[in-house]
Design a protein around this ligand. Structure first.
Ligand code: NDP
Length: 472
């Protein structure tokens, strides 16, 4: 082993270069495969392999620690990952994604911080550029860390979920940003004293800015925040790569940053809002906002009667939402879908981009239940055909099917594209109560004449329908 390591050490630079190229290639192909549910698992594996190679080679190349510690680190990390994948439920996945973003941010901050500690005074023009990278990694990493912690708290209900606004907030934010930028510029100028204090002001300011940036965002705008923080974590890693002159960190950070920006754009489009509007409008702070026509009679239905309508239907569109994840109803939904198909019915699954609590949430659940990808349709494709659909089954969705977004100009979600289930001949809404969705607003859909409310846990309701099909 010792001889092998000594041989490898002689050609270190070449080996490092080759491994970095392999890792970068694995990241790029991993991302490519992640873009389709059919290949996502392979994409995940390739990216993880790329990261494994990158970490091992980087530690070896820098003589950071010997292989004994690398192996111990890998075992501990793999154990934490394996346990987390077992104990974290699907409904906790969005929170975990938020935490992942935060850990990415704090890791970049720590890399930048260590680069600063190791070379604080060596200020040549080149190292000035390094200082800018250090400051950016610390600043963006700090904002990402505390912003993600707040997002995590908002997703699990520990932090106030609506937009938190107070008088003078924008002015305080402006002062904060100016203070951070001034300190950051002073850190990068050669000859300026008190760099340590200025540097810690940047770190502290970044932490506060992360909190101040995410607190005013709430309700239906949270998907945009999650994807934006994901992008920030990549940009921070990219800056950290420049700070320590690590090409692979630059490449991987740039990939995450760019794909996060693309995702953010998709989420903004799904909400029909600009990024600036999401970041600064304070959506969801209006607690009294209601949907149009939210009063009136509702028409409950039981599983036996719902079965009779489904049995006669020629076309059914399932519209899953967060409640399907809570109920873990995806397997029962797939089973019902198959029974309907056997009955000669055309079945589709309409997925709204912001349904659930993380981008792609519904796709992941339906893939887990082995629902064929061919049956998944986007709102833009299914909406024009909605009037010909016999039954729309809304499985624990609420905000993404709220007609107030289309009809009520006073609604906070006005303008957000929805799946227009209310245009179908019959709508079954499966949920436990008349409670609101994440945006906290009423839903006039429940009072429409063609809507039937099938109250109860989504899994129990769908299973009851499955039993009706099997018994008859
Ligand atoms: P909603 O949050 O609007 O509604 C979910 C509904 O599920 C609730 O009304 C609830 O009603 C019902 N529900 C909960 N548990 C169950 C259960 N066990 N059985 C049956 N029903 C249940 O979900 P949507 O998917 O429609 O919309 C997503 C919302 O979350 C949007 O506002 C989106 O902006 C936001 N968001 C999305 C993120 C993303 O990345 N996709 C991230 C963060 C937020 P009841 O309690 O009566 O059962």
């Amino acid at each position: 082993m010792a001889q092998l390591i000594s041989e490898l050490s002689k050609n270190k630079d070449i080996i490092i270069g080759i491994c970095y190229i392999i890792s970068a290639g694995l990241f790029i192909f991993g991302l490519k495969f992640l873009s389709s549910p059919a290949t996502a698992r392979r994409g995940n594996f390739l990216s993880a392999l790329g990261m494994f190679i990158a970490v091992v080679i980087t530690l070896w190349s820098k003589n950071v620690i010997d292989f004994k510690w690398i192996v111990i680190g890998v075992i501990i990390g793999a154990l934490i990952g394996a346990i987390a994948s077992r104990v974290i439920t699907m409904t906790q996945m969005p929170e975990m994604v938020a935490l992942f973003n935060g850990f990415g941010g704090i890791a970049s901050l720590l890399v930048g911080w260590s680069a600063f500690v190791m070379a604080p005074q060596a200020l040549t023009p080149v190292s000035n550029l390094t200082f800018i990278a250090v400051i950016l990694s610390v600043l963006i990493g700090g904002v990402t860390f505390t912003g993600s912690i707040i997002a995590w708290g908002k997703l699990n209900g520990l932090v106030y979920q609506k937009a938190f606004l107070f008088p003078g907030q924008k002015f305080i934010n402006l002062i904060l940003v100016l203070g951070i930028l001034t300190s950051a510029v002073l850190v990068c100028i050669p000859g300026v004293g008190g760099k340590n204090i200025l540097f810690y002001i940047v770190i502290g300011g970044a932490f506060v800015l992360g909190v101040m940036s995410v607190m005013p965002i709430g309700g239906a705008d949270m998907p945009v925040v999650i994807s934006l923080l994901n992008s920030y974590s990549g940009i921070a890693a990219c800056a950290a790569g420049f700070a320590i002159n690590n090409i692979l960190l630059i490449v991987s950070g740039a990939l995450v940053g760019a794909s996060g920006i693309v995702l953010t754009k998709i989420m903004c489009k799904a909400m029909n809002r600009s990024l600036a509007n999401v970041l600064f409008s304070g959506f969801g702070s209006v607690t009294t906002a209601k949907g149009a026509g939210e009063t009136g009679e509702i028409s409950p239905i039981n599983a036996a009667d719902a079965y009779l309508i489904l049995e006669a239907a020629n076309s059914v569109v399932f519209v899953p939402g967060y409640g399907m994840a809570v109920a873990q109803a995806q397997h029962a939904v797939r089973e019902l879908g198959e029974l309907l198909e056997e009955n000669g019915c055309d079945v589709k699954y309409a997925i709204h981009p912001v349904a659930g609590r993380m981008p792609g949430h519904m796709n992941v659940l339906l893939a887990e239940a082995n629902v064929s990808y061919d049956l998944l349709v986007e709102p833009g494709d299914v909406n024009p055909t909605m009037e010909t659909v016999d039954v729309c089954m809304v499985i624990g969705a609420n905000d993404v099917v709220n007609p107030a977004a289309r009809d009520d100009e006073t609604s906070p979600i006005y303008g957000m594209p929805i799946i227009e289930v209310d245009k179908a001949k019959t709508v079954f809404v499966l949920k436990r109560s008349m409670g609101a969705g994440f945006a906290g607003i009423d839903n006039p859909l429940f009072f429409k004449p063609n809507t039937r409310m099938l109250f109860g846990d989504a899994k129990a309701s769908v299973s009851a329908l499955v039993s009706e099909f099997k018994e008859t």
